[in-house]
Design a binder for this molecule. Sequence first.
Ligand code: TRP
Length: 343
Amino acid sequence: MPNAKSHAILLIMKKTILSGSTVTGDLTLGNYIGAIHNWKQMQNDYDCLYFLADLHALTVTQDPKILKNRIYSFFAQYLALGLDPQQNTIFVQSQIHEHAELNWILTCLTPMGYLNRMTQFKEKSEKNVKNINAGLYTYPVLMAADILLYQADLVPVGEDQRQHLELARDIVGFFDRAHAPGVLKMPEAFIPKSGARIMSLQDPTKKMSKSDDNEKNFVSIIDDPKKIEKKIKSAATDSDTVIKYNLENKPGLSNLLTIYSVLSGKTVAQIEADYAGKMYGHLKVDLAALVVETLAPVQLKYHDLMKNQDHLEMLMKQGAEKAKVRAAKTLKSVYDAVGLVRV
Ligand code: TRP
């Protein structure tokens, strides 16, 4: 354990990575695989902040009871996946009021024309015709506030969030010109070194996503064994019978092989050899068993954490305290630069 001083020095040298996850759906096998590949290494090499974007979840209608439960559940899922709350800063967005405050300052600097271009807003409002609220529209500004509040150097983003990160970069420029340069750090996209891309089970040309409307598209890390078996057995594959990796002609089977390979540690070639002459069904049965077995310890830890809400709240509080120190510092410089009076 480094002491406070050496810890502070390490933080100065390490680059800051920040990543948020909207509190909707459930974390998936894709998140699990991304986590085991990257987190251990990342938490050694970088100063990592992870947060639950609960304010972002409000852009769609939420049932208060379900939302509340999901916030605890997501927090527990992150810990169960192996994120160390001591080594990283893990927190809940709404517990740091500075997000909402910086959001307002940045909203006043962002031209509507920039928001009109956001493709995710267009897609989401087409899907959500009954609830096209202003939050859905200004959501990317809140995301910029999340990033800029912590002076993040790097933000791991998938394709769907790239445009939002670009906007955050534009907003740094607006702030620099309107107020003072150097107050907000310019963030960059972070592409993790390793990590297989896990695709949807029913439509293997798109990524496995936690907020997919069709549950059959993903395995959630807290699905029970029966559900996992059912989902893997019904994964879409082609009508051929030879078990051979081929992304173009057999995207579904190839996705299953990728999952198998990552979870078993065997190469795809080894698995192909093991299944020579066997049917897709054999592979699916074994893969389902492997997924169940892999997730068992994660689920055990998850259920254990969920039994003790006080303990979870204590960990949230510790995370929030660490995050708060940094957020408050940035907000103070921002308010100073903008010309607001602090007393
Ligand atoms: N918008 C992101 C998503 O839907 C979640 C998010 C909110 C985020 N704020 C962020 C991601 C800041 C990275 C950085 O996935």
